[in-house]
Design a protein around this ligand. Structure first.
Ligand SMILES: [Zn+2]
Ligand SMILES: [Zn+2]
Length: 151
């Protein structure tokens, strides 16, 4: 499942199988995102069930992606990381390591400037990397939008 960048179709969603490839067009951005998450999860679960050697990193990232901010992440061991996992600048005595509380990755100071209330920390403000911040902000906005649609 992927989100193709097409000029003529808005909110497109592409599903590629071993012998089929479908491109869907959702009626709204939110609907497309909804489909995307549902399909991605289904694919992940399917892969987990049928593949003996599961690709740990991709799978873990998918699960993490879905539960961002809801569970404490597995913190990446500091000693193994020599550069920022976001912008790849090398750590040094002056460039210190910072843990992102959203995904557990180690990023530099400039990539962890943002704070966001995380569910697993009882909505306390926690340091998150730029990537998580954007993701959480986007999701927060979507939740607001969809609850408005329901009422
Ligand atoms: Zn960085
Ligand atoms: Zn993060």
């Amino acid at each position: 499942v992927s989100k193709p960048i097409t000029e003529n179709v808005q909110n497109a969603l592409k599903i590629e199988g071993t012998d089929i490839s479908i491109t869907l067009s959702a009626s709204s951005f939110i609907e497309r995102e909804d489909w995307f998450y549902t399909l991605s999860r289904t694919v992940t679960e399917h892969t987990r069930g049928s593949v003996v050697f599961n690709s740990c990193s991709g799978e873990a990232r998918d699960r993490l992606h879905l539960s961002l901010g809801e569970k404490a992440p597995t913190l990446v061991p500091v000693s193994q990381v020599m550069m920022c996992m976001n912008c790849t600048s090398d750590f040094s005595l002056t460039l210190r390591r910072h843990h992102c509380h959203g995904c557990g990755r180690i990023v530099c100071r400039s990539c962890s400037r943002n704070r966001y209330p995380l569910k697993y920390m009882k909505d306390r403000m926690a340091k998150v990397c730029d990537h998580c911040y954007n993701e959480l902000k986007k999701r927060g906005g979507e939740t607001l939008l969809s609850s408005n649609n329901l009422t």
